[in-house]
Design a protein around this ligand. Structure first.
Ligand code: LHQ
Length: 259
């Protein structure tokens, strides 16, 4: 049996490919375990400074593998607490950028895993489907948190309640994702982006993620205080001195990414 997750290590980055193409890369426990281990390794490895998540074949991910799950409510609950919720936390807490290249349909938890990533590119054939209501479930994996913040209440409610598909171009125009690109150009564009992020000031990028994460439930006063704290941290890191030196010397910065 082929590996449920492919890991490619590049110069400063890692590409994680969900690899169950016959089942549209639907999640099984094995795939969850492999992805959790790969994300933990990437988080701990200072030589990995950016991540790319994508899917093999014609889909990004069709969410939970409905053939392997059964309808026992305890099973549903355990999958969320043991696998999906930790996956979303891992992505959001990753101290380096996570790019998602949505290469085809992203349905159910597959859509919300994509939305949890920092920068989402999608091929024009991709669709985002909150498929949950179609099987009488509730959007999970952060869907009810991400969607209203990304696209507003009106669209979030309609998408969650109807399970209607959103095209990549519509998703871009709604601000649900960063960019819709031609299918043939998707992996090249995503590869360029992740390689560029991998030469960035990684520790500072991690602080940017922290600030944005906190803003969702912070007051302006709270956020100003947090920014001041994080900015102080950033300014004490060697990449800040390098960034300013590169600017004044009119040359590209050579960031180490270190804190
Ligand atoms: C699949 C799946 C799939 C297994 C396609 N499973 N085989 C969390 C915790 C606990 C419980 C439940 O859920 C969750 C989170 C969730 O993600 S719930 C939502 C689960 N996902 C869905 O409801 C989506 C189900 N899939 C679809 O609606 C369609 O497959 C989409 C719209 C994604 C794509 O449609 P098509 O392009 O027409 O492809 P297809 O339906 O023909 O699928 C191709 C194959 O993939 C097919 O297998 P087969 O052996 O017949 O060729 C499907 O059975 C299989 N597949 N999704 N989730």
């Amino acid at each position: 049996m082929s590996e449920p997750l492919l890991v490619e290590v590049g110069e400063g980055w890692r590409k994680l490919t969900l690899n169950r193409p016959d089942k549209l890369n639907a999640f099984t426990v094995e795939l969850h375990r492999a992805l959790a281990a790969a994300l933990d390794e990437a988080a701990a490895d200072p030589s990995c400074r950016a991540l790319l998540l994508t899917g093999a074949g014609r889909a990004f991910c069709a969410g939970q593998d409905l053939e392997s799950i059964g309808t026992d409510p305890a099973g549903v609950r355990d999958l969320l607490t043991e696998h999906y919720n930790p996956l979303i936390r891992r992505i959001r807490a990753m101290p380096k950028p996570v790019v998602c290249a949505v290469n085809g349909v992203a349905a159910g938890a597959g859509a919300n895993v994509a939305l949890a990533c920092d920068i989402v590119l999608a091929g024009k054939r991709a669709k985002f489907i909150q498929a949950f209501a179609k099987i009488a479930l509730v959007p999970d994996s952060g869907g009810t948190w991400f969607l209203p913040r990304l696209v507003g209440e009106a669209r979030a409610r309609a998408l969650a309640l109807t399970g209607e598909a959103v095209s990549a171009e519509q998703a871009e125009s709604w601000g649900m994702i960063w960019r819709a690109v031609d299918d043939a150009a998707l992996m090249e564009e995503a590869g360029r982006l992740v390689a560029s992020l991998a030469t960035g000031p990684t520790a500072a990028l991690g602080l940017i993620k922290q600030a944005l994460e906190a803003s969702a439930d912070n007051t302006l006063e709270g956020q100003l205080a947090l920014e001041a704290k994080l900015q102080r941290q950033a300014s004490e890191m060697p990449d800040y001195a390098e960034g300013v030196a590169a600017f004044t010397q009119k040359r590209p910065a050579r960031f180490t990414g270190q804190a």
